[in-house]
Design a protein around this ligand. Structure first.
Ligand SMILES: CC(=O)CC(=O)SCCNC(=O)CCNC(=O)[C@H](O)C(C)(C)COP(=O)(O)OP(=O)(O)OC[C@H]1O[C@@H](n2cnc3c(N)ncnc32)[C@H](O)[C@@H]1OP(=O)(O)O
Ligand SMILES: NC(=O)C1=CN([C@@H]2O[C@H](COP(=O)(O)OP(=O)(O)OC[C@H]3O[C@@H](n4cnc5c(N)ncnc54)[C@H](OP(=O)(O)O)[C@@H]3O)[C@@H](O)[C@H]2O)C=CC1
Length: 285
């Protein structure tokens, strides 16, 4: 299958990053969200990130202009009628994702391939809610998408080998390196990362150290580019909690219980960078 046009659902930090790298690699992109505001904001972020690459001499102004020309935005999913591949990157909520896929099916081509950027959820279960589980896969980009080299590929139980090959080649065409994971809660990257972040929040909850000390310990002690609390804010505390809940429910092991402090912050609407407050404050620019 020759992928030319990619439909991306959800224009938050992941959706806009995926749109950026797809367009820069020559794909036509249709970026969908429920709110026009979100789409306008996403185009602003893509513009800013492409400009930064131009300033650093990584891409030319012409690359930037042609990439922007290849992206169209819409709140109407019927505009996905020409897409060869859909990448769903909406909020980490199972029922929402199922609703999105079911709403798409009447608009897309029979041969259109389906994928999800979910951080944790069962690919098999999401695939089963569509009419093409053999052409459904987890295509898990890392944040920030234009920078991080990894894409995790997660075939569900019904995913065909052909689908795995096509999507592997697609990810490689974006300049990414693929790691393949079996379809178990939170796959590989978040199975390992998220309990570490949760443990950092537990240490804060128990008063073992303050925010600065915990992040400094991991940055300077372990060479991590960001401390775990700053990284949690960057990912989104709502997303971190959703992933911990999938791990906890999926394995039934108390070691994955989300920290009560993480739960409390999400209850307060303190989602991190995207809401302006998490473990740190993020003044509106
Ligand atoms: C939750 C999930 O399901 C899975 C996940 O994604 S988990 C999260 C995985 N991501 C991480 O762990 C990120 C850890 N953090 C980092 O790697 C780094 O802190 C960072 C890349 C985010 C920023 O790096 P930094 O050195 O502090 O900042 P800075 O020098 O400004 O940026 C480094 C590069 O990233 C680019 N960059 C930074 N933020 C960016 C963004 N949001 N979008 C696009 N590009 C960005 C910069 O332009 C710069 O590019 P060059 O190397 O080409 O110059
Ligand atoms: N954050 C991260 O570091 C990573 C996240 N992921 C995964 O990527 C996905 C998106 O995460 P992220 O970008 O961080 O989340 P964000 O909260 O930044 O963005 C989600 C976007 O989806 C939109 N949305 C909600 N419902 C719909 C809908 N029905 N149709 C279209 N768009 C909708 C939201 O709109 P509104 O704001 O109006 O609700 C928002 O713009 C999640 O599955 C997450 O687990 C994967 C890798 C890394």
């Amino acid at each position: 299958m020759n992928i030319k046009e990619v439909g991306i659902i959800g224009s938050g930090q992941m959706g806009n990053g995926i749109a950026h790298v797809c367009a820069l690699s020559g794909y036509k992109v249709v970026l969908i969200d429920i709110a026009q505001d979100a789409l306008d904001k996403a185009m602003g972020v893509i513009n800013k990130n492409l400009s930064r690459q131009v300033q650093k001499g990584k891409i030319t102004q012409e690359d930037m202009d042609s990439s922007l020309d290849r992206i169209s935005i819409s709140t109407d999913s019927s505009t996905l009628n020409n897409a060869d591949l859909i990448i769903e990157a909406a909020t980490e909520n199972f029922d929402l994702k199922v609703k999105i896929f079911q709403g798409l099916l009447e608009h897309i081509k029979d041969e259109c391939l389906l994928s999800t950027n979910t951080s944790s959820m069962s690919i098999t279960k999401l695939a089963a809610a569509t009419n093409r589980p053999e052409r459904f896969i987890g295509l898990h980009f890392m944040n920030p998408v234009p920078v991080m080299k990894l894409v995790e590929l997660i075939p569900g139980i019904a995913t065909s080998d052909e689908m795995l090959t096509i999507t592997k080649e697609f990810a490689q065409s974006l300049g990414k390196t693929v790691a393949t994971s079996k379809d178990y809660p939170a796959f590989i990257a978040n199975r390992i990362l998220m309990p570490m972040i949760n443990e950092a929040i537990c240490a804060l909850y128990e008063g073992v150290g303050d925010v600065e000390s915990i992040d400094t310990a991991m940055k300077l002690g372990m060479g991590h580019p960001m401390g775990p609390l700053a990284l949690a804010d960057f990912i989104g505390l709502d997303t971190c909690l959703a992933i911990m809940n999938v791990l906890h429910e999926g394995f039934g092991n108390p070691k994955y219980s989300p920290s009560p402090l993480l739960v409390k912050y999400v209850e307060a609407g303190w989602y991190g960078v995207k809401s302006g407050k998490g473990f740190y404050e993020y003044p509106k620019k």
